[in-house]
Design a binder for this molecule. Structure first.
Ligand code: GLC
Length: 447
């Protein structure tokens, strides 16, 4: 058995190098999952990333679905490409904000459902390099974030509302907006659509250097039972071009009746438990907005509190997951002030408490009331989502604590062993937490 597993690992390692993982191991889930485990290691350590929804939809400024939900005359929306000139675009600044906030990777929309390319596509003229801006925003993003030491990925839309080959029947907003009639494309139109998706992803994974991650979005409910986008051909091409890349799960709607993906993507929520697919725990990341929109929305000032974002982040980590937190830059290329404020608050928090996130995961212990635990080895981090009523009772930890420290002050947190334990369970440990504020973290070294 030992020999067989060793052989598998060696062969798989060879195949990663050669970039033929999917071809050789088609149907071999065990081998694929060994490869997957290694490829996802950085991702599971990273825990926190920046999502960037940016395109010509930032000009109308009503979110990235503007094309579908707002009423445009034919060609009117597309004309935004002729005036797109984000002269404030400074991806190095974005990368610095992300890095200071504790983010270890970033994912930019190379193209959203409106079909506009933020890169120098070789397959369409509907692209940023034909706009007044004239530069390749994707390339500049990748270079800037890599230079700051962050891992980089691209979000690429599978749907294309502007392409006659995309059967646009699943978007009620699109239809209600009167923008398009649902239609069934001809076989030629459909082939041209799937070719464009394939060609764009092929270009992005061959001409832009090493990509750490690819976020493909999305397969709708109405396409759940068919492989609309040509899943295997896309994945085999991507893994051939970029042997180390990890790819998300949205090439399929139902996850249980198709191949495994590298990681899974719930949205704008903290799941209650580590995510499982086919009974196996999987790598996952929840993506979330800071207000109520992904793309820039001028009218949306409904910013979440930094406490809510921190609680969401540590909530994900406590379930072995990541948070991909979104910003929606303006048409000039600036991150809105509301988002910058949250990122700066996160940076202050991370500077003190970052060790409780990066490289951490689910704890084996049950957290006390109002708290979330993250853990790395023998170090437990108790996150206070709210100020405690007074002392805090730690289940299961009596006799197990070597040392405590409140990360914000560097001071130890007192273990209370002389009173107030009449009604405690024998394994519960009372600690003095009266000075604690929301967002505080108590580090607990276990014996
Ligand atoms: C949904 C939205 C899309 C957004 C994505 C982020 O799929 O339709 O606009 O980009 O979520 O995960």
């Amino acid at each position: 058995m030992k020999v067989r597993l060793g052989t598998i690992i060696a062969v798989v390692a060879m195949c990663i190098t050669c970039g033929v993982e999917t071809a050789v191991f088609a149907g071999n889930d065990l081998a694929r999952n060994i490869v997957r485990g290694e490829k996802c290691a950085w991702f599971k350590d990273a825990r926190f990333g920046m999502f960037i929804h940016w395109g010509i939809y930032s000009i109308p400024g009503n979110g990235e679905w503007s094309y579908a939900v707002d009423k445009y005359a034919p060609g009117e929306y597309e004309a935004n490409a002729n005036i797109f000139n984000p002269t404030n675009y400074n991806p190095r600044e974005w990368a610095k904000l992300a890095k200071a906030a504790g983010m270890k990777y970033a994912v930019l929309t190379s193209r959203h459902h409106d079909g506009f390319c933020m890169f120098d596509s070789r397959f369409t003229d509907y692209k940023i390099t034909n706009s007044p801006y004239g530069r390749d925003a994707v390339r500049e993003f990748l270079e800037a974030f890599r230079a700051e030491g962050l891992k980089v990925g691209l979000y690429h839309s599978l749907p294309d509302w502007t392409h006659p080959g995309y059967a646009d029947t699943e978007s009620p907003e699109c239809i209600a907006g009167g923008r398009k009639e649902p239609h069934v494309p001809t076989p030629e139109q459909y082939a041209s659509f799937t070719n464009l998706v394939y060609n764009h992803i092929n270009q992005l994974t061959t001409e832009y250097g090493k990509l750490d991650l690819l976020f493909l979005d999305y397969t709708s409910r109405t396409k759940a039972d068919i492989d609309y986008f040509g899943r295997d051909a896309i994945l085999e091409m991507v893994y051939r071009n970029q042997p180390g890349i990890i790819v998300n799960d949205r090439l399929a709607y139902f996850k249980d009746n198709c191949r495994d993906f590298d990681y899974y993507t719930p949205e704008i929520c903290v799941p209650n438990q580590p995510q499982q697919v086919k009974g196996r725990e999987v790598a996952w990341e929840t993506c979330a907005t800071m207000n109520d929109n992904w793309g820039y929305c001028r009218a949306d000032e409904n910013w979440k509190t930094s406490e809510a974002v921190i609680a969401g982040l540590v909530g994900c980590v406590s379930k072995n997951g990541n948070l991909l937190l979104n910003v929606g830059p303006t048409e000039k290329g600036s991150i809105p002030a509301g988002a910058v404020n949250i990122l700066k608050a996160l940076a202050d928090w991370y500077a003190v408490n970052g060790e409780s996130v990066t490289g951490c995961g689910k704890s084996e212990f049950t957290p006390p009331h109002g708290c979330v635990y993250t853990q790395r080895g023998q170090t437990l981090y108790c996150h206070f989502l709210q100020s405690p009523l007074g002392d805090t009772i730690l289940p299961q930890l009596k006799g197990k604590i070597e040392k405590t420290v409140l990360l914000r002050t560097g001071e130890p947190v007192e273990l209370i062993d002389h009173w107030g334990f009449e009604l405690l369970k024998p394994d519960e440990q009372r600690i003095r937490t009266r000075a604690i504020r929301p967002g505080d973290v108590v580090k607990i070294e276990l014996k």
